[in-house]
Ligand binder design. Structure first.
Ligand code: HEC
Ligand code: HEC
Length: 350
């Protein structure tokens, strides 16, 4: 009886410890790396089979404060333009460091509409290529672009961790838009197609220690806490120059560290379906993964941005009009499978 009581206590303690670990992973406080994240009550974490990893849903640390504007004129390489930090943070006038990289922006992209419609070009950048915390919107099929906007508006496309600013800002910005404004944005982003590899996918057993450094982006720690650590079951995607990325210079690429063996494993799943584990992505997204008809391209995107979509489909937070087609695809995918798949899709030319 005594022993039974003791083992019950041991089990109870172990369960509490496990729950704490799972919860910590879900809210992203492993090693104090990321900030607290709230889960979408509509998302079914049990259906997903594992909690949303903090590295795919990075949240600014609670003590994060943006550096103050001291009036300094900021610059980026190969640009004659200068902006103050206040100008760079203006949601209604995103910094346009390289005007020669894109056609003239319609007002919805370059200025948005006050008070609520932040300029699309702020988060998605004037070229529409986006960043890991949002999405590429350049060169998407028209029907897909319009359907996503409709899904955001009717609430059927939400993030698993919905109250992180990039996502809640997207929803807030898109809600009041008119069909004409959305069409203008589409027509513009149709002309700025992403043609270069922005993400260098690198298999590596060790990665730099990182923390969220503003802008919902993980970046290597410099100074106190700097060093290397095992990658584990993670993808660590970092800007090649975090300072310039924070200044919103879209010419800066990213390095995507993935566990050794991921790319080959991902290729097998993507191109063969892995003996029924999933459905060959190439059937619908094309052999080059650049999309077919209204089915969107998925090659050369941010790995963590792509990972979030697979996760959001699986736990049901993303359940738009066309999402049903992705259900059999994600149903049996594990964390490792998703890591492998997005390592491969991200490594392909967009
Ligand atoms: C506050 C930042 C922000 C602003 C402003 C913003 N977006 Fe987004 N957008 C996002 C994020 C974040 C996502 C990805 C959401 C997700 O993962 O579900 C996204 C996704 C999208 C997608 C879906 C892309 C895909 O591949 O499925 C479209 C289309 C889109 N945005 C269009 C727009 C348009 C048009 C505007 C301007 C009216 C706009 N966005 C303004 C942050 C923003
Ligand atoms: C039966 C056709 C089909 C198959 C097979 C398929 N997809 Fe999809 N996929 C779609 C459709 C349709 C959408 C748009 C879903 C929506 O609008 O919610 C989509 C959307 C996506 C998106 C979201 C894109 C974005 O920009 O947000 C990702 C990522 C994706 N699929 C990855 C995959 C991967 C990886 C595989 C293979 C493991 C795969 N898909 C297999 C049809 C398919």
């Amino acid at each position: 009886m005594k022993n039974l009581g003791r083992s019950a206590i041991v089990i109870a303690v172990a369960l509490v410890a496990m729950a704490a670990i799972v919860a910590a992973q879900a809210v992203g406080q492993v090693n104090g790396i990321s900030g607290p994240a709230k889960l979408n009550p509509k998302a079914n974490i049990s259906a997903a089979g594992f909690p949303p990893p903090y590295w795919a849903y990075p949240v600014n640390l609670p003590d994060y404060a943006a550096p103050p504007d001291k009036g300094e004129k900021m610059r980026v390489p190969n640009s004659n333009v200068t902006y103050t930090l206040t100008q760079i943070r203006d949601f209604f006038s995103p910094p346009d460091w390289h005007p020669g990289d894109h056609p003239a922006m319609p007002s919805i992209v370059g200025q948005g509409r006050k008070p609520q419609v932040w300029a699309c070009g702020y988060c998605h950048l004037p070229v529409g290529w986006g960043k890991p915390e949002n999405a590429n919107v350049a060169g998407l099929p028209e029907a897909y672009f319009m359907q996503q906007v409709a899904d955001f508006k009717n609430g059927s496309r939400r993030g698993t961790v919905p109250d992180i600013l990039p996502h809640s800002g997207m929803v807030a910005a898109i809600m009041p838009t008119t069909d004409a404004e959305v069409k203008q944005a589409y027509d513009y982003f149709a002309k700025t197609k992403l043609t270069q590899q922005r993400y260098t996918v690198t298999e590596s057993a060790t990665v730099p220690k990182t923390r969220v450094q503003g802008s919902w982006v993980l970046a290597p720690i410099h100074g106190d806490g700097e060093g290397m650590e095992p990658i584990g079951q993670r993808i660590i995607e970092v800007p090649n120059d975090p300072v310039l990325t924070t200044l919103r210079d879209w010419r800066i690429g990213f390095t995507t560290y993935v566990p050794p063996g991921s790319i080959k494993k991902g290729e097998a799943l993507v191109t063969t379906g892995g003996n029924g584990k999933t459905v060959q992505c190439t059937i619908c997204h094309g052999n080059d993964l650049r999309g077919i008809g209204p089915v969107p391209p998925i090659a050369g995107r941010s790995a963590i941005s792509t990972f979030r979509q697979l996760y959001d489909f699986k736990d049901g937070a993303r359940h738009g009009a066309w999402s049903q087609m992705m259900q059999p695809v994600v149903k049996n995918l594990t964390l490792d499978d998703m890591i492998a798949i997005v390592a491969y899709t991200s490594s392909k030319l967009p």
